[in-house]
Design a protein around this ligand. Sequence first.
Ligand code: C5P
Length: 405
Amino acid sequence: MNSDTLEGRAVLLGITGGIAAYKSASLCRLFVKAGAHVQVVMSRAACEFITPLTLQTLSGREVHVDMFGRSVKGVEHIDLADDAELFVVAPATADYLARAATGRASDLISAVTLAFTKQVLAAPAMNTNMWNNPATRRNLDTLAASHGWNFVQPGSGELACGWSGQGRMAEPEEILEAASALFSADLRGRAVLVTAGPTVEDIDPVRFLSNRSSGKMGYAVAAAAARRGAEVILVSGPTALPCPAGVRRVDVRSALEMQRAVDENIAEVDAVVMCAAVADYRPAKVAPHKLKKQRGEDERIIELVRNPDILAGLGARFADAPSRPVLAGFALETKDLERAAQKKLAAKGADIIVANLAADGFAKDDNAALILGRDGARRDTGRVSKRQLAEVILDEIKSRFPANP
Ligand code: C5P
């Protein structure tokens, strides 16, 4: 088993109340052996199955259970959430998953979950009928698609409750492996340029043309690439999003500024992911002063000129180059997704086109994409969080890198 990536990592281990909680002691031990700093938080129900003292002894740290009480020193739920890089919940019971999916903060572990902003890995464990219940399915879908959670699926077999079927918590070794994979730095040594957000094309000092792109997809790609060890340059149009950790952001406004920032950095990168919604046109002239309405003027015509297509420009520039960055573009369509994406693949000279329908992903936290490759590859992702889609896009890019960095 490869658990090298866990060395020195801060892992918050959450234990909720199921019989599989007895396996969490082995899991805690495995994390500690792999060099992780483990902080344990347990639900009250978990303490019915295994004592905090066991986990305290194995982790070497005080175990947190209660939100209130004499032992609670302050805003523990926030500190616990802030201090960890990864939150592993094993076992994750049906009730805990329901609380997490609906944003409850009714006990310490739920409040920590709500306050946690980084990667979560959950190992569900429950009776097979509870597992198959539509309510549980819905909660799992919500957590995967909207919250970007990762899951280690339960196995099938005889359950402690006497039933046989899916619901048995994955083995500790498997959970450790999944946690380790989340820290893998498989893009170390690579540089990735990501464009994100809308562009803003000024009409005068107070008015502009733009679009409703939120920037979420591009920021998710930038964050995932940084997490996987890449050097990341994020060329971003105006968005409300914070710069992801470990990412160098270059703020731009217009398509021309975006093109300049891309050109300035292109020589150093191994891949370009063009997530930005670049305006196709800009006003021919930017008025130096605020335009006034004129008496008797019922119509105002603003002359627009074509913006450069940044991606197509790169595609053309590198068409016959012996070495080139992997070029990934997006196609946001409202109909005929596959046909439009195929056309765009050729027209832009891209290696990959990630095609999605506006109704599926625009400004949302999740998306459903069809990824087409110039090499004939075709991958339908189904509905996934933008975070997971970002990982899939990076996997596709990685598989197209030349052998050595
Ligand atoms: O042609 P369309 O705008 O649908 O193409 C979308 C893809 O091309 C996206 O990857 C987008 O970032 C990129 N693009 C560009 N420059 C433009 C327009 C789009 O790089 N002017």
